[in-house]
Design a protein around this ligand. Structure first.
Ligand code: DC
Length: 228
């Protein structure tokens, strides 16, 4: 038995650090619910785009919020599906242009409070591994384990580029690198809930690690902390 009634793992870090790939696998391995909070911001970004509202138009985005109904479902593989007003948008929100929309809308306080309750509610109800930018600092400040995953920017861009190529998205490494650096800057310099390592978070730098090594390192941190 461990000293935690509940397992709550908060995983933060910049874009492309491998958070979601690792969290998904760790969720399966330890039987936790995986909550991808970036996907929620992406849904709001997508909705703004669908309604021809500019990503930085704060009043415009705020006016859309009451007409957004967001649901998360889990398929038989444990994959989180994002349902926006009844439509499954899980694939659509991964388009590169939605990344910028998501980053822009995520700097808006109304958008953040709109999603905060949903995120905290998931952690109340389930054992979770939740990834994002402010999970350890704002969403789950009492998480049993906080990890900040990072890697140098070029290593992250290369990984993301390969992922996009595999999905058939036409882009270049330069484009991915520049978009990623711009997004890191937006996410870290915004006034509200900026991306930063919580004081009590453990740092996991995956620059020199491959996927298996990173996964092993993450699993070790989880199993040591929760004795599972
Ligand atoms: O993790 P991601 O790349 O899917 O996230 C998309 C954007 O959403 C990211 O650029 C910043 C924002 N985000 C955030 O502000 N807070 C979170 N907890 C998760 C994501």
């Amino acid at each position: 038995m461990n000293r935690f009634d509940k397992i709550t793992v908060a995983l933060d870090g910049p874009a492309g650090a491998g958070k979601s790939t690792l969290a998904k696998r760790a969720a399966k391995f330890f039987n936790l619910m995986y909550v991808d909070t970036g996907a929620m911001y992406r849904c709001i970004g997508l909705y703004a785009k669908q309604n021809a509202v500019a990503s930085k138009d704060e009043d415009g985005v705020k006016a859309l919020l009451p007409s957004i109904k967001l649901d998360m479902k889990y398929d038989e593989n444990g994959t989180q599906r994002m349902i926006l007003n009844g439509d499954d948008v899980t694939e659509q929100i991964r388009q590169p242009e939605i990344s910028t929309y998501a980053s822009d809308v995520s700097a808006m306080p109304d958008v953040r409070s709109f999603l905060l309750f949903m995120q905290q509610d998931m952690a109340q109800r389930y054992d979770v591994i939740m990834d994002g930018r402010d999970i350890g600092t704002v969403v789950l400040p009492n998480a049993g384990l906080k990890i900040f995953i990072t890697a140098d920017a070029m290593a992250r861009a290369k990984r993301r580029f390969i992922e996009l190529e595999e999905k058939g998205v036409a882009t270049t490494l330069d484009e991915v690198y520049n978009e990623m650096c711009q997004r890191d800057k937006n996410d870290s310099e915004r006034a509200i809930a900026p991306l930063r390592q919580a004081d009590d978070a453990l740092l996991l730098d995956t620059t020199e690690l491959d996927l298996e090594q990173s996964f092993k390192a993450l699993c070790t941190l989880i199993s040591e902390r929760f004795q599972i």
